[in-house]
Design a binder for this molecule. Structure first.
Ligand code: ZN
Ligand code: ZN
Length: 466
């Protein structure tokens, strides 16, 4: 009797193994562990981030360097074996830094380290000198009555806390992005803001701002504190700014993408990527050559362990910092986003290790997601029961069209030491941390592209795999 059952069992197993090639990829914790391990020893991500920072460097949208970055991206994706390598052109507005100088004229003359904010205006040719008003908090500026800053340079010196999840930046970035506008509304002729930095180097950190029609710059943290101390002495403090910049509209930008076509359901697409552009300081290693490298390498590693049913597409968005690339991509792929994009995600939080993964709530208990959770657990990654909050600036327009998304949280404790400053350079990227990111993304891509999970939050998960 026992031997008959064994024969039946053996026949059933044979049938399963013979049927396997036409079914979804084998997805279980052991297989995903193998994908993870392959990623941990893979050198592709380091090769990509090293290549982009060495052969191109800083690459602000609208610059000759960004044109070289576009060509680099096409060559890199092609060399790595991606198919359908595509350059999509869009037009965007571009702010370009010129000359920048700032100094305290009195009562105690000293130089100040600044970096203009994107969309800052130029000062008059000979510069602008005005008395400052220091606000220790951004709320203090908002509480100032309209017209009360007439003829003054408003200075906001609120400090940014260091946090693992980057929430300090989320809480404070209005002082950079909205500050110039709010200061101008109150009559200010200039705006200085303590850099959104957690570091103690004398480097300012730039970033985008909404237009305020006044010169606006970030101060090195040390110089924000210098202005606080000087103003606390009670005498008027006068600062002189000299800044130039240009602002152009209808400048071409490019989104570059490459596919690893699925075998079975090639029109179902998983869209991941990072942004190719950077600010004009540093070499843009952590923001966001790392994200480009992580997602490119993860796609390669996942496919190398395949074959996978669905297409993995890596997009290198071309104007995240000054805006425009995510919207342009969503516009060109709106139909696909509504019906064919299985899941989307972006890596744009530097090169720190992933510690939390958030996926749409209804797939949390799918056996493939459980296997994924088991495979990444040794990397000190938890799959959160809470749904994803934010997928990334460039995938946000796809999410708004209905594409399901994931949110992989990286350790951002160090990110804002470097972000948007001259210290954002390759030496800050740890190859081991980079590989940990690739391992998490690769295991996830294997699940998403190899199986048939439906991530849509209003649908039940459906699977014919294990
Ligand atoms: Zn970024
Ligand atoms: Zn950035």
């Amino acid at each position: 009797m026992a031997s008959l059952w064994l024969k039946i069992l053996a026949a059933a197993l044979l049938a399963v193994s013979m049927a396997a090639p036409s079914r979804a990829a084998e997805i279980n914790a052991a297989k995903l562990g193998a994908v993870r391990n392959a990623a941990l020893s893979d050198q592709t991500a380091w090769g990509v981030v090293e290549s982009l920072t060495t052969e191109v460097g800083a690459r602000p949208v609208g610059s000759p360097a960004m044109t070289r970055a576009r060509d680099w991206a096409v060559a890199k994706l092609t060399a790595l074996g991606f198919k359908n390598v595509t350059v999509e052109t869009f037009n965007t507005a571009v702010w370009t830094r010129g000359e920048e100088r700032a100094e305290i004229i009195g009562p105690f003359p000293q130089k100040l380290a600044i970096l203009g904010l994107g969309r800052s205006t130029s000062t008059p040719k000979d510069g602008l000198s005005a008395e400052i008003i220091v606000f220790p908090s951004y709320q203090g500026l908002l509480d100032a009555p309209l017209g009360s800053l007439k003829g003054k340079i408003a200075v906001v010196t609120q400090r940014m806390p260091r946090t693992q999840d980057g929430s300090g930046y989320g809480a404070l970035n209005a002082q950079r992005t909205r500050g110039p506008f709010e200061a101008a509304r109150r009559g200010a002729v200039g705006y200085l803001v303590r850099s959104l930095s957690t570091d103690d180097t004398r480097l300012p950190h730039t970033g985008a701002a909404s237009p305020g029609e006044i010169p606006a710059a970030a101060l090195a943290p040390a110089d924000a504190e210098l202005l606080e101390r000087m103003a606390a002495r009670g005498k008027p403090v006068t600062v002189r700014l000299r800044m130039t910049s240009t602002y152009r509209t209808d400048v071409p930008g490019w989104n570059v993408s490459g596919d690893i076509p699925g075998i079975g359901a090639p029109d179902e697409v998983i869209v991941i990527g990072g942004h190719l552009d950077s600010w004009d300081v540093g070499d843009g290693a952590v923001d966001d050559a790392a994200g480009v490298a992580i997602t490119t390498a993860a796609a390669k590693v996942a496919a190398s362990q395949g074959p996978l049913r669905r297409t993995i597409r890596v997009v290198m968005w071309g104007s995240e910092e000054q805006g425009g690339s995510g919207g342009a991509y969503a516009k060109q792929h709106a139909i696909e986003a509504r019906s064919k994009m299985i899941v989307v995600g972006e890596s744009d939080s530097g090169a720190g290790r992933i510690w939390r993964v958030a996926v749409p709530a209804l797939v949390l208990d799918h056996p493939h997601i459980r296997a994924f959770a088991a495979a990444v657990q040794p990397l000190r990654v938890m799959v959160d029961r809470a749904p994803p909050q934010f997928g990334g600036a460039d995938v946000q327009p796809l999410i708004e069209l209905g594409a399901p998304f994931v949110d992989f949280s990286q350790d951002m404790n160090r990110y804002f030491d470097l972000h948007h400053s001259d210290d954002d350079t390759l030496d800050k990227v740890d190859p081991g941390d980079l590989a940990q990111n690739v391992a998490v993304w690769a295991a996830f891509l294997y699940v998403a592209a190899g199986g048939d999970i439906v991530f849509k939050s209003n649908d039940r998960p459906v699977s014919t795999g294990q």
